[in-house]
Design a protein around this ligand. Structure first.
Ligand code: UD1
Length: 423
């Protein structure tokens, strides 16, 4: 397994291109199951999670062509030849559950392995399942699989989600496009990735209103057709790299960045001492306060502060001039980066879902271990500011969600390299 070595202390300056959103792409790809005609996605990121979804779709009978180095994905699903999403693939990635709604909607049958827990929390799929039942699906849970049937097709219904789950909203939205009649989904998630999915489904012929609000209204159609859709910018990669000039006291432009994708995060970054400017080509970020200022953060569903940027924000606040309190409300176990940051000299106390970060004047490089995707990048950000060398192991977590991390950061002057584990 490879590791990443970062030598800190250089102020980063220049431009970082931001890729297409992993989380958008992971829901757009299964949307291809809804139509016999091909769906072409442009601006796709080249990541291991995308390759896992490709493998899953291929196992169901899709033909997936990865073109231009993975930038363009052309997915054809003339026929779903296998309706079973196997445990061996699903266990690798929770987003695999997103094939359930589309397969059921198109063919009235699907068998999908339950994804199980993951490092950051139990993450059940109960909302996906009760929502599909509301649309008339008959579900049976046995041998670790959901066996779903909708004889005669799904039927439009009114369903109120008990919690605005991102994945459940996506699954139900896709399913409802081919249901008979009108579906009204209430208390849905409003993340930009859902808006992007609605836009793609509309290009495929779906009849959808209300994306980006708490209620989605979908008028079912008989068939969807092919389309070409450009994947929205990755707001989590954008937010992550907005921290890089802040923590190193540099100035970086994030190419393709849009403030509206990261509004609540930007407000916190400004409170911490950032100046953020929207340019014609992206977002420019520089630190204007001498020390990083402490800020309190509560993670919430969109448009609140994203849980996927909590670890990176914590890395920044370890160096603040005072105490910050971070409250994690989306996942029950998402502070695994805290003990690793402490190995670098951070002063953090964790009690349940709250982390109190007492700022220190400097961090020191150390060997640290990546525990999940966002935790891994937070250690790299900390390493960029730390004195000496930080060695991050288990970087396969990073490969799931950050494209060309070494190239992008060394392009703005970071001293960072990737080496095989045994070196
Ligand atoms: C998506 C994102 C992930 C992000 C998360 C929250 C993808 C591929 N992943 O994950 O990066 O961190 O949104 O912004 O887009 N829950 C239930 N029952 C359910 C579904 C969810 O209890 O049926 C709970 C989960 O355990 C979790 C919370 O709801 O505590 C949020 O989950 P959800 O919004 O569904 O996140 P994902 O779609 O899994």
């Amino acid at each position: 397994m490879d590791k990443i070595i970062v030598k800190g202390g250089t102020g980063l300056n220049g431009q970082i291109p931001i890729s297409g959103a992993k989380n958008a792409c992971l829901t757009l790809m299964p949307a291809a199951l809804l139509s016999e005609e091909p769906l072409t996605l442009t601006n796709a990121p080249s990541l291991s999670d995308i390759r896992t979804m490709t493998q899953l779709l291929e196992s169901l009978g899709c033909e997936v062509a990865s073109l231009q180095g993975g930038r363009v994905l052309a997915i054809g699903t003339e026929r779903i030849s296998n309706h079973k999403a196997d445990y061996d693939i699903v266990r690798k990635m929770r987003a695999s559950i997103l094939v359930l709604g589309p397969m059921l909607a198109r063919d009235g049958e699907a068998v999908v392995s339950l994804p199980g827990g993951c490092a950051i929390g139990a993450r059940p799929v109960d909302i996906h399942l009760t929502g599909l039942e509301a649309l008339g699906a008959e579900l049976d849970l046995r041998d670790g699989y959901v066996h779903a049937k909708a004889t005669g097709g799904l039927k439009g219904a009114v369903y109120t989600m008990p919690f605005a789950s991102v994945g459940a909203t996506e699954n139900l939205l896709m399913a409802a496009t081919l249901a008979k009649g009108t579906t009204v989904l209430k208390n849905v998630a409003r993340e930009p990735e859902i808006v992007d999915l609605a836009k793609c489904l509309r290009a495929m012929g779906a009849n959808i209103e209300g994306e980006g609000t708490e209620t989605l209204t979908i008028e079912g159609v008989d068939k969807l057709h092919g389309a070409t859709h450009q994947v929205v910018t990755d707001r989590i990669e954008l937010g992550t790299y907005m921290i890089a000039p802040m923590i190193t006291n540099g100035e970086v432009e994030l190419l393709g960045g849009r403030r509206d994708l990261v509004e609540s995060f930007s407000q916190k970054l400004e409170a911490a001492g950032a100046e953020i400017t929207q340019t014609d080509t992206g977002l420019r970020v520089k630190r204007v306060s001498e020390r990083i200022q402490p800020v309190d953060v509560v993670t919430e569903v969109h448009p609140g502060f994203p849980t996927d940027l909590q670890a990176q924000m914590m890395a920044l606040l370890t160096l603040a001039d005072g105490t910050s309190v971070l409250e994690e409300r989306i996942f029950e176990n998402r502070f695994m980066h805290a003990p690793e940051l402490q190995r670098m000299g951070a002063n953090i106390e964790v009690h349940g879902g709250t982390a109190t970060v007492h700022g220190v004047s400097k961090l020191k490089g150390a060997p640290v271990m990546a525990t999940d995707l966002r935790a891994s990048i937070s250690l790299i950000l900390a390493g960029l500011a730390a004195e000496g060398e930080t060695v991050v192991s288990r970087v396969y977590h990073l490969d799931r969600g950050y494209e060309h991390v070494v190239r992008k950061l060394s392009g703005v002057g970071a001293n960072i390299e990737r080496v095989p584990e045994n070196q």
